[in-house]
Write a protein that binds this ligand. Sequence first.
Ligand SMILES: Nc1ncnc2c1ncn2[C@@H]1O[C@H](COP(=O)(O)OP(=O)(O)OP(=O)(O)O)[C@@H](O)[C@H]1O
Length: 356
Amino acid sequence: MAKIGLHGIRHAYGVRPGRPNDYALKEVSHDWEDGGAYALLGPSGCGKTTLLNIISGLVTPSEGQILFDGRDVTHLSTEERNIAQVFQFPVIYDTMTVFDNLAFPLRNRGVPEAEVRRKVNEILEITGLADRAKRKARGLTADLKQKISLGRGLVRSDVNAILFDEPLTVIDPHMKWQLRSQLKMLHRQFGFTMVYVTHDQTEALTFADKVVVMYEGEIVQIGTPAELFERPSHTFVGYFIGSPGMNVLPAQVDGASIIVGDQSIAIDRAPKIAGASRIELGIRPEFIRLGREGMPVTVTKVEDIGRQKIVRAAFAGKPIAIVLPEDGEIPTDARVSFDPQGINIYADSWRVAVEG
Ligand SMILES: Nc1ncnc2c1ncn2[C@@H]1O[C@H](COP(=O)(O)OP(=O)(O)OP(=O)(O)O)[C@@H](O)[C@H]1O
């Protein structure tokens, strides 16, 4: 397994890019730890596959360098980079048995047959394919075929990294959870460096130690699921992670107070906002207290979602969401207060530090 270094990577599909928006991938400079499980998360078109393909060698970046354990691999092929890949749709040999499909990447590299059998049997158990080992892949369901693809990605222990591009798209919803947990377990067991592309936050948050959130060709935050929840670096992260997402309200700063509409909210210290043209206050629905004290709010709708209620309301003329426990009370003259722990200030969409 390898540490992956991305140094000044940018990529444009068109020739002679000029403006920042000509780049499908804007500047990326990060080191990804050896043995880390990373998820690339973001909406369609934000550049996830482009970045994954740059790591695998399917795309050569317009600018920058990729290092595996310090060695420059920017111009090496996927094969030379020694990477395993699992794509959205199964890539398997229909005429081979399940066993032979799994054995293929090992036999291809001259692994001794006894070792091939040991390793393939292990993967057959993990993927739940053992009872179908002798069957031809042809005629199996899409689910099972994709399990073979996953197994082929996992069967080699000598790869530098395993890359997954939305691998569970064709998998039945109830089996997705099971496979995700198996991948996580395998990661713990073998310490593979894994990069997993998805646009599904649940998938990213359950699979990865570190989630890389992308937006419009940029990495906007790399963090643990807890960091993304508690301290979103960019308003997009707040909006994209969580259900419902973070409330983002237009605001103004007056010393150590944040003004939203006609309400003033005291914070610990004045935030650093010099030169910013747009200030926003971000607060997750879980950090708003609804009761009889605090600032006025007008409740517009209550949605029951099992163990919790989502209250939709108007605050200072803007719609907000509040999460309450199932038995949470909603007074007639409802008021809200914001938990200071949950307040984030954004200047031009980026979270700002509060001056110390
Ligand atoms: N081969 C290509 N030629 C030209 N433009 C491309 C090519 N591949 C991707 N793009 C563009 O680059 C941008 C990023 O695409 P990319 O496929 O990396 O995003 P993504 O986040 O993986 O999206 P999705 O989840 O839909 O696969 C998009 O605007 C896309 O249209």
